[in-house]
Every structure is written in C-alpha cells, then in structure tokens.
Design a protein around this ligand. Structure first.
Ligand code: ATP
Ligand code: MG
Length: 302
C-alpha cells in the first residue's frame, strides 16, 4: 500500500485524544517478547580469538501503547542501543517483535520494508544524521520520494515544517544554517514524513545545549499527544525521562530489573540498582541534595 491512503493520511490533530484513556483500552503499537542478542567477546592484541559471549540483550519483554512513551534507562553498555537496533531491524534472530499487530518473524521482505515506515528513528546528533549537502526541503522530502509518494510533496513538507515549529520560508537552506535544536526539529519532521506510529529516540536531546533542550522536549510531548505517537526512548538524563515518559524500564546487563509506570518507579523504586541510579540525579535544591548525598553514602556502604 505504498501510495495508499492510510500511509500518508495526516492523522487528525485531536489534542489530548489519549489523555485519561487507561492503557488497557489503547491499541498496542509495539510488542516485544523475550528479545535476545549476543555478541562474541573477543580478546587478544594481535590475533583476536573468541573468549566468550556478551549477552547485550537478554530476554526483554514489554509493550507500548498508542500515545505512550516508554524510556529505557541504565548505565553505559547495559544494552540500550542494541535493543533499539534489534527492534528497528524488524528481523530478530531470537525473540518476537510485533509492530501494529504484525509479527516481524512472519513478514516477507516486502512486508518488512513496508512495515519499517511505521517505525522511524531520531538520532542523538542532528548534525551527523542530516546530509549537509541537501536542502531542508530535500532532507524531509527524501523518505516521501523514495516511497513514490503520489501526493503533493511540497505541501506535505510545508505541513511537516509547521508541525515541528519551523518556518517554511527556510526550506531552501542547508542543515548547517540551523541551530542544534532546529536541526533536531528537522530530523523529527523527516522521521514523521511517512506518518509512523512508533518513533525510536536514542538520546534525542543530549547533544543539545541545555538552554534549548526544553523546547525540543516540549515539542516531543506535544507531537505525542496530538498524533497519538508511541515513543521508545533512551536517555541518560533522568529528569528528562521523568518529564517525558509514561513508563520506564530500568536495564542492567541486558535485562530489565524493573519496569512500569514512571511515577511509581521514581517514587517507589523496588530494586537496589534503581535506587542507586535515582540517587545520582542532580537536585538543584541544596537541602534535597544533602539528603540525597547521605542516601548515596549509605548505599555505598552496603
Ligand atoms: N557490534 C558490536 N559488537 C560486539 N559487541 C557489541 C556491539 N555492539 C554492542 N556491543 C556490546 O554490547 C553491550 C551493549 O552495548 P550498547 O551499545 O547496546 O549499550 P548502551 O546501553 O547503548 O550504552 P551507551 O549508554 O554507552 O550508549 C556492550 O557490552 C557492548 O560492548
Ligand atoms: Mg547507546
């Protein structure tokens, strides 16, 4: 259904359409069951030999509903990016990935290509992820053109620019002309071009100046609400996670040690690893910061 109605119909802008609707009553957009991914562990300075296996993703099970943001948090190397890439690939070697009711394991190559339009990624660094030689119009139009979009490309591009809060009169400029925050908006417009239901975000604001992070975070929130998007989101900054995500999974060595409602996990962490992670959030209030420091010292002694 390359030029079909469904793929490119602009979703109705019905603000707050999912607010107040319990998650059980919302459609599941992405479902992951027992996902695993191993890498060979190589050692040796000159001649590398395999000395074992890294279980980068070790049995993850979760689902995301429409209009919902799920964050994966955890220390560097715990397997967050590998998880995102395995899911994006829609071809798991071990485990199940179901996108909008379709099991990736039973998709033909053509179906997989078609399904990939329903899930788009926004990268951390908008400078290296946008082709500097293309104008913004070309950057955003590219996914539409490569799919043979039958509608009015210029109109769709202008509409996407407006959706991400950019001025359509800037369309003939190159990415280098824009600030980091504006470039991340261009990346978002490109990701939204094929009207996906799931957006995967790997550290979407951590390369940006703190002063412009808030604008991009608010935009992500607004788009999620207006378009009913599902986000699968990785961030180190836990204050960003608390602000943006409805659900959180705490990852440690390829597994989720804890997974559930964001407020529940932040307010009542069940697992010691989660408590350690939360204790490391910088707190602007000095009284709270002192209390946290005492908490950290107590945890370190254990
Ligand atoms: N292509 C690869 N080949 C071999 N090992 C890999 C490969 N990619 C990742 N790994 C290993 O898998 C584990 C998980 O890595 P991953 O990049 O998913 O972590 P991460 O949680 O995204 O870390 P960060 O927060 O630093 O981005 C690490 O031990 C890493 O060294
Ligand atoms: Mg990573």
């Amino acid at each position: 259904m390359i030029n079909g109605e469904r793929m490119f119909k602009v979703p109705p802008l019905s603000p707050d359409s999912f607010e107040g609707i319990p998650r059980e009553d919302r459609k599941t957009t992405l479902e992951v069951k027992d996902l695993r991914k191993e890498f060979p562990l190589m050692k040796g300075a000159l001649v590398k030999r395999r000395v074992g296996t890294v279980k980068a993703v070790d049995g993850l099970t979760f689902d995301i509903r429409e209009g919902e943001c799920m964050a994966i948090v955890g220390e560097s190397g715990c397997g967050k990016t590998t998880t995102l890439l395995e899911i994006m690939d829609l071809d798991p070697k071990d485990g199940v990935v179901i996108l909008n009711g379709k099991d990736a394991n039973s998709m033909s190559r053509a179906e997989r290509r078609e399904a990939r339009k329903d899930m788009q990624i926004v990268f951390q660094d908008p400078m290296s992820s946008l082709n500097p030689r293309l104008t913004v119009r070309e950057v955003i139009a590219e996914p539409l053109e490569s799919l043979g979009y039958a509608g009015d490309v210029d109109a769709r591009v202008a509409e996407l620019m407006k959706l991400v809060g950019l001025d359509a009169s800037q369309l003939d400029r190159f990415p280098g002309h824009f600030s980091g925050g504006q470039r991340q908006r261009i990346g978002l417009a490109r990701a939204l071009a094929t009207n996906p239901s799931v957006i995967v975000l790997d550290e979407p604001v951590s390369a940006l100046d703190v002063s412009i992070q808030a604008g991009v975070i608010n935009l992500l929130e607004e788009l999620k609400r207006k378009l009913g998007l599902s986000y699968l989101f990785v961030a180190h900054d836990l204050s960003v996670v608390r602000h943006l995500s409805d659900r959180v999974a705490v990852m440690y060595k390829g597994q989720f040690v804890e997974h559930g409602d964001t407020d529940e996990i932040f307010d009542h962490p069940q697992h010691e690893y989660t408590r350690k992670l939360l204790a490391a959030i910088p707190i602007p209030d000095p009284a709270v910061a002192r209390a946290r420091q005492a908490e950290r010292a107590a945890l370190a002694k254990k």
